[in-house]
Design a protein. Structure first.
Length: 377
């Protein structure tokens, strides 16, 4: 996913706040809160609502791909919806207890965003009061913890190869380590300070590949495949290794909300179908199909955890999701090679379209899951 730039200037922050239309006293009526996002504004139709499940309906009226975030105290990401292309409308359903928040649109999917204040009042019954929902959260948290532990192990193997200047070995291990990151990316993204450091792109920095703030997986990917020189890579390897250890630590303490599972499952699929399918993620190595597979697996794991909830509230949907996940994985399997996948650059436009279509077919039924979770019994 495209990551926000780490540091924004005070002036930009002030302008961003000013650009967001805020209507003090404008309280949501109970229906979706409309958000009109443009290239330089973020108009939120209500700035106050009652505690509980809140739905935002985000329409991109600008010319750039945008994102919409809800931030809690300390810029904690409560939830977000990404890859909203011009002309598209997307829903975000999030569970919010009483408190002070900020909404943010991010045109171009970079920066701190065009922010506005958002207040939630009162009390509501927590979604995980339902036994099936509570168990789903517990099962998914266990999955995240296991994947995070494997991320630490495999990243160390990768960074050890980088430090030893074993280029071929490091290339072999790069997509393996990323697999565990990509499976839990929705949770990892909640650690806003770590996410851009570990998985940011060169375009997120003024000097691109020459920028010292360009770090993480993609920095080492650049060194391996483009520079073909690891003489200056040890420090970035250490930063990456330290960073994923912190991710694993936080993953064990971070509490996952029920809607995080549903929104995360949808977000992973959207990321593949709208951004990664273009090859922009692993642009130096072209190991994108490894990421596709991991995103599909991560999405399916979240849905699997929620399956008792889905089967209880809409049995037909569960069977439809099983079928569509199976079809998407079969389409991806066509490009398997050895223990991995063919390079993205080896696929034709027709190949990529078929793959994108198979993943897109999952989008609409997966988007229904958040509504099922939020409506309760």
């Amino acid at each position: 996913m495209r990551k926000p730039v780490l540091v924004g200037t005070a002036a930009l922050a002030i302008l961003a706040m000013a650009a967001c239309t805020e209507k003090p006293g404008d309280t949501a009526s109970g229906g979706p809160i409309a958000v009109k996002a443009t290239d330089d504004s973020c108009e939120v139709s209500a700035t106050k609502t009652k505690a509980g499940t809140v739905t935002f309906k985000v329409s991109n009226k600008g010319t750039k791909v945008t994102e919409f975030y809800v931030y809690g105290k300390g810029d904690r990401v409560m939830s977000e919806v990404e890859n909203i292309t011009p002309g598209l409308t997307r829903k975000l359903i999030v569970e919010l207890p009483a408190g002070k928040y900020q909404t943010a649109c991010k045109p171009g999917m970079v920066g701190d965003g065009i922010r506005g204040k958002f207040t939630v009042t009162g009390k509501s019954e927590k979604l995980d009061a339902d036994a099936n929902v509570k168990q789903a959260v517990k099962d998914y948290e266990k999955y995240v913890s296991q994947q995070a532990d494997s991320l630490v192990t495999k990243t160390k193997e990768f960074t050890d190869a980088v430090k030893a200047k074993k280029i071929d070995k490091a290339k072999e291990l790069f997509p393996v380590a990323r697999t565990y990151w990509e499976r839990i990316e929705p949770v990892a993204e909640k650690f806003g300070d770590l996410d851009p450091k570990l998985d940011g792109r060169a375009d997120d920095h003024p000097k691109r590949e020459k920028d010292p703030q360009f770090t993480g997986f993609h920095r080492l990917e650049y060194d391996l495949w483009k520079k073909k020189d690891l003489s200056d890579s040890a420090k970035y390897a250490k930063q990456l290794n330290d960073g994923v250890q912190e991710v694993a630590k936080r993953a064990k303490s971070e509490k996952v909300a029920p809607l995080d599972l549903a929104n995360g499952a949808k977000g992973l699929l959207d990321e593949v179908a709208t951004m990664k399918i273009t090859g922009e993620e692993d642009r130096y190595s072209h190991t994108d199909l490894w990421d596709f597979a991991a995103n599909l697996e991560g999405s399916q794991a979240a849905i699997a955890a929620l399956r008792p909830v889905i089967d209880d509230r809409d049995p037909k949907l569960g069977k439809q999701l099983d079928d569509l996940f199976s079809k998407a994985k079969k389409e991806l399997a066509k490009y398997a090679e050895g223990d991995g996948y063919r390079g993205w650059d080896k696929l034709s436009k027709d190949d990529l379209k078929k793959l994108s279509d198979a993943i897109n077919a999952l989008g609409e039924p997966v988007s229904k899951v958040a509504g099922l979770v939020s409506k309760g019994k």
